[in-house]
Write a protein that binds this ligand. Sequence first.
Ligand code: FES
Length: 174
Amino acid sequence: MNKKVSTTEEQVKIRQETKQIFKRFGKKRGNLMPILQKVQGKLGYLPQEAMLEIADFLEIPGIDVYSVITFYNQFRLNPPGRHSIRVCLGTACHMKGGYITLDAWKRRLDIDRGETTPDREFDLDSVACVGCCVMAPVTVVDGKPQGKVEPTKVDGLLLAFEHEQEKKSKNENG
Ligand code: FES
């Protein structure tokens, strides 16, 4: 399915939080979508443990829950990272090498589109045109569109994150 990132303690918490949500719903198959939306709203994604709880509650096969999640791109199978990286693959960005930029992010972060790094620092995905085509190829980093993001700029952005991280840990350690 997806990269396993949950710990046992976390799995228990996920199951409990998912069950809490059921209180507001009847055991009707028609409640699947609103339940999925609520669970994702609470957890930020739909982990396997939540899927199993939902299937149990609605008394439907787990594969049905999984199929709905993968059909709609509003649902996430992986936890959100602390930083979100969204590579624009709209027409203008595509023409200016959006896929090369996406490949660069994939290689540097060592994850695929739709995934989160194991340390949950970054999640990576693609988006359609974000309306800044003159700056193509665009990557939206933590909600802010960055222009002319070619592979060398990917390195620069990651370096900036590293520096920020170093500064933070220095401040924390006095
Ligand atoms: S196509 Fe990327 S911003 Fe428009």
